[in-house]
Design a protein around this ligand. Structure first.
Ligand code: HEM
Ligand code: HEM
Length: 280
């Protein structure tokens, strides 16, 4: 029996997933980073949900895409049914990827300052050389005062954005070609774009997983991508400029035990402490 192509049958879902992502972003309550006792809130729930939906979507899109084959790599499927199965896997994870990406986009439109935190600064090269030089024991390198995201992470972010936008736009055009007749030459460019951006995505993915999950030095931030929190001492060492910034603007909350000691009164742990650091 010929397997049904979900890209043909449920084309509309591909265009609905981005709207769902934006809607959920509009309904989500964000929480800004804050020092709570010996921990720092680094990734609030919306950041974690958008990251993992996008990440799992990307991982399975890469797997199904590589199996299907590109203009410059062989296909590992034989027969129409096997190809249809992998296109259907591609469809399901494209929905997750689109939801996660647009959830992140919606979150970023709502709090634009978060986007700036990801962009490299003029210190990108010197900080990165000093960061990894000092980890490798190079004497003349000193560990720099990194902000919330390392300068090296910020440079990699540019690659993630380019790959995401290119794979997404070309993917949507490929889906559109299942419903409309688009010129052959145009679709050729679209397929090349989809395949080259898939290769860029693979490059980013491998580097990001290596630096973000494989290297033991990253395990505390990996844990925070699940729990939300990193230990304060770790953050003070790795991201000293970020912790100084949080303390400077008073993003410090007393723990329940500290409140008990002062008879339920808030403790002014840092100058200029603000109440109600949550924002929508
Ligand atoms: C990390 C993200 C993605 C990767 C690595 C990826 C990779 C691939 C690869 C390698 C192929 C097979 C070669 C080709 O036809 O170009 C493919 C096909 C396809 N992809 Fe993706 N893709 C991704 C995201 C998406 C997204 C987000 C969509 C939908 C919005 C999408 C829709 C499609 C479609 C419709 C096809 C072709 C189906 C057909 O020819 O009938 N892809 N993708
Ligand atoms: C299974 C694969 C993945 C793993 C294990 C992973 C791991 C991580 C970890 C541990 C962090 C926290 C880093 C930090 O706080 O400094 C992070 C953040 C991030 N990752 Fe991933 N990641 C994966 C896939 C992806 C993909 C595919 C993308 C984009 C194409 C991506 C983009 C990002 C971004 C933009 C951040 C910063 C998020 C924020 O705090 O707003 N990740 N990732």
């Amino acid at each position: 029996m010929q397997e049904t192509l979900l890209f043909d049958q449920f084309t509309w879902l591909v265009f609905a997933a981005p709207f769902l992502g934006l809607l959920v972003a509009g309904l989500s309550k964000r929480q800004d980073p804050v020092i709570r006792g010996k921990r720092v809130l680094r990734h609030d729930a919306p950041a974690r949900v958008s990251h993992w939906t996008h990440a799992v979507g990307t991982a399975l899109l890469l797997v199904s895409g590589i199996i299907l084959g590109t203009r410059f790599s062989p296909s590992f499927v034989t027969g129409d049914d096997a190809a249809a199965t992998w296109f259907n896997v591609h469809f399901v994870f494209a929905l997750l990827f689109l939801f996660g990406t647009f959830y992140w986009l919606g979150n970023t439109i709502i709090s634009r300052w978060r986007f700036r935190e990801h962009m490299p600064t003029k210190n990108a090269i010197t900080y990165t050389l000093n960061h990894y030089g000092s980890l490798l024991g190079v004497k003349k390198c000193t560990y720099p005062k990194e902000a919330k995201y390392f300068e090296s992470e910020r440079m990699a972010f540019i690659l993630a954005i380019i790959a995401t936008v290119a794979v997404l736009v070309s993917g949507l055009l490929k889906v559109l070609a299942h419903a409309l007749l688009l010129p052959e030459g145009f679709m050729n460019v679209v397929t090349w774009t989809h395949d080259i951006s898939a290769a860029l995505m693979l490059l980013f993915f491998l580097a990001h997983v290596f630096f973000g999950a494989v290297l033991p030095v990253s395990w505390k931030t990996l844990k925070s991508m699940f729990t939300g929190y990193v230990p304060l001492e770790h953050a003070r060492h790795e991201h000293s400029a970020w912790i100084e910034e949080l303390e400077g603007k008073g993003a410090v909350e007393a723990t329940a035990a500290e409140k008990d000691e002062t008879g339920g009164q808030s403790v002014p742990l840092a100058a200029g402490r603000k109440e109600g650091i949550e924002h929508v």
